[in-house]
Design a protein around this ligand. Structure first.
Ligand SMILES: NC(=O)c1ccc[n+]([C@@H]2O[C@H](COP(=O)([O-])OP(=O)(O)OC[C@H]3O[C@@H](n4cnc5c(N)ncnc54)[C@H](OP(=O)(O)O)[C@@H]3O)[C@@H](O)[C@H]2O)c1
Length: 248
């Protein structure tokens, strides 16, 4: 029987690439996002092995409805990818309550909801992968809220692998460096103008030991590995997939 995976925030970027990779391996995927039209478009593009549910990870009601849908249609989950998150620039001295609330409600509470509410649907041999970021240990200038949130979820895991001892459920954090997604290109275009995007991507890549930034699929294949039986003894780690960036 084909495996069934849930990926939050998979209407674009890394989440979509993970869904595409799993579908290409014959697995079934349930994807989420906050926008029904984007959910429908991504689901259609992924094909018949995919289904989509509109759900905001920061909303307990949305996440309860999502997992009721999964329980009704699939009965269980083999893999969960807590991917949905967002970040923005805000320097200490100018951080607002609204920015704190927004970052921590999606990036931290959203991960808690995604993982905790999934547990009743998971059985021995299944896995949870949380998408972190190199910002957990190397937050760029002005990314303190985002880096703080990514450090928090990494530390959740140190506790959660103890809390779930004996369940047979593996949990890991996959932390990418810069990934060439539409959202990164949009953010760079906003900051440096459309003409500055290519130079900025080049400069970001040049700063890493491998000399370039990654493609979404290079993150997705590692995510697929972490959820596979080949990673059966990988548990509780933060795996940096960043061309060496966070190690120097
Ligand atoms: N791109 C990078 O360079 C990079 C580097 C390191 C780590 N990461 C991490 O990788 C993950 C994915 O990032 P990405 O760059 O692929 O982002 P992205 O392209 O902006 O995609 C984010 C996805 O999440 C959805 N989403 C956002 N907020 C949501 C919410 N509250 N509830 C449900 N879905 C939500 C978005 O759809 P809607 O907006 O329609 O809801 C979209 O499908 C994040 O955890 C991010 O921190 C990214």
């Amino acid at each position: 029987m084909s495996k069934i995976a849930l990926i939050t925030g998979a209407t674009s970027g890394i989440g979509y690439a993970i869904a595409e990779e799993l579908v290409s391996r014959g697995q079934q995927v349930v994807i989420t996002g906050r926008d029904q039209e984007r959910v429908d478009a991504a689901t259609a593009k992924l094909g018949p092995r995919a289904s989509g549910v509109r759900a905001d990870v920061a909303s307990a009601a949305d996440m309860d409805a999502l997992y009721s849908h999964v329980a009704e249609h699939h009965g269980h989950l083999d893999a969960v990818f807590a991917n949905a998150a967002s970040g923005h620039h805000s320097v200490l001295g100018a951080i607002t309550d609204e920015e704190f609330e927004r970052t921590f409600s999606v990036n931290v509470r959203g991960v808690l909801y995604t993982v905790q509410k999934a547990l009743p649907l998971m059985r021995s041999g299944s896995s949870i992968t949380i998408i972190g970021s190199t910002a957990s240990i190397h937050p760029p200038y002005g990314m303190g809220l985002y880096g703080g949130a990514k450090a928090a979820i990494r530390n959740f895991l140190r506790s959660w692998i103890q809390d779930t001892k004996g369940s047979g459920i593996r949990m890991n954090v996959l932390s990418p460096g810069a990934v060439d997604t539409e959202s990164l290109r949009e953010a760079l275009a906003k900051a440096f103008g459309a003409d500055g995007v290519a130079a900025q991507l080049e400069a970001m890549g040049a700063g890493s030991p491998i000399g370039r930034i990654s493609a979404p699929r290079e993150i997705a294949t590692v995510a697929a590995f972490l959820a596979s039986d080949d990673a059966g003894f990988v548990h509780g780690v933060e795996l940096f997939v960043d061309g060496g960036m966070a190690q120097v």
